[in-house]
Write a protein that binds this ligand. Structure first.
Ligand code: BTN
Length: 330
């Protein structure tokens, strides 16, 4: 869609002007067509400054996620064919778990502008003010429960792909499913599953991404470890476009996962920032130190401990030892 292409080019150029001529050339359209699309974007609430000798620059974006635009833009086979967009909910994961139990179709997305009880990993709270993305996707893969962690890795691969496509942020994955920009967290995934002993009934894949919120509004202890996509890019990020891209990448990577889960492991490895680093992994009953060597075929982190033994961990909190001397929890 050319209008979205214009928006992407204006977003990438941050606060600099992009000339009408350059936009027209890049998109192979006339300057009059560029102007028409700029006017359409303004109708949707985008504030665009136009200066005759300089061109256009994006000043601000409409604040709300736009369901109509999502429905028009989603071209997926399965993920996001049905999107429920809520102004406020306790947790999109809890809402999606209820919908899944009531028979909602695979691929259904539940998204919200605000969560009042957002859930993070290991029983933590996910602070969820306005301006970010909070979404949960219902999946019904025909797999054994022990393969479910791979669905979370698949989700992380899809989210990182979407961020890299939609913004200039070189997002990476910290095992198992944290999304980072540089050394700061920009998002995370939380998977909830209902299963029989030998077969998954449904998985809810929850995604939280810090997009446009004011990071200064976070508690100081969190703020020093976290960042937002807009802080990284220097300009606001179009949340509707990002949500559509996430749906599209999830659709693609989920089909890949169902055909050949080894491909997910390869993609995850290429996008991760954990393998090769000195780590400390803490879980409820143990702490392991060593070098992160690989992930195994079940998505567990394989650590070479100080005494040379290999140990695989399925869950826990990872501390990456900073290159150099200090230790820092990322
Ligand atoms: C983490 O601890 O890193 C995982 C955070 C996952 C947060 C998302 S926000 C959307 C979905 N709903 C929730 O309650 N949690 C997940």
């Amino acid at each position: 869609m050319t209008k979205d292409d214009i928006l992407r080019l204006l977003t990438i150029s941050k606060s600099a002007f992009v000339s009408g001529e350059k936009l027209a050339l890049k998109l192979n359209i006339t300057r009059a067509a560029v102007w028409k699309h700029i006017k359409a974007l303004e109708q949707e609430g985008y504030e665009i400054e136009a200066v005759p000798s300089k061109g256009y620059r994006l000043m601000s974006i409409p604040d709300a996620i736009n369901l109509r635009d999502i429905e028009a833009a989603v071209k997926t086979k399965m993920i996001g064919r049905k999107v429920h967009l809520l102004a406020e909910v306790e947790s999109t994961n809890s809402a999606a778990v209820e919908m899944a139990a009531a028979g909602a179709p695979e691929g259904t997305i539940v998204a919200a502008e605000v969560q009042t009880g957002g859930k993070g990993r290991l029983g933590r709270t996910w602070i969820s003010p306005k301006g970010n993305l909070y979404l949960s996707v219902i999946l019904r893969p025909k797999i054994a429960p022990n393969k479910a962690p791979l669905v979370t890795l698949m989700g992380a691969v899809a989210v990182v792909s979407a961020i890299r496509k939609q913004t200039e942020v070189h997002a990476q994955i910290k095992w198992p499913n944290d999304i980072f920009s540089g050394e700061r967290k920009i998002g995370g995934l939380l998977t909830e599953m209902r299963a029989e002993p030998d077969q998954v009934r449904h998985i809810v894949l929850g995604i939280g991404l810090n997009v446009n919120m004011n990071a200064a509004s976070l508690p100081p202890a969190v703020a020093s470890l976290a960042t937002t996509l807009s802080a990284e890019t220097g300009s606001p990020v179009n949340r509707t476009g990002l949500l559509v891209e996430i749906a599209s990448e999830l659709d693609r990577w989920y089909q890949t996962f169902l055909k050949n889960d080894a491909e997910i492991l390869r993609a995850w490895e290429a996008m991760n920032m954990t393998i090769g680093r000195q780590v400390t992994v803490s879980s409820a009953n143990e702490t392991i130190q060593g070098t992160a060597e690989a992930i195994d075929h079940d998505g567990r982190l394989v650590i070479r401990t100080i005494d040379g033994a290999l140990q695989a961990v399925a869950a826990g909190d990872v501390t990456l030892v900073k290159r150099g001397t200090d230790t820092e929890t990322l």
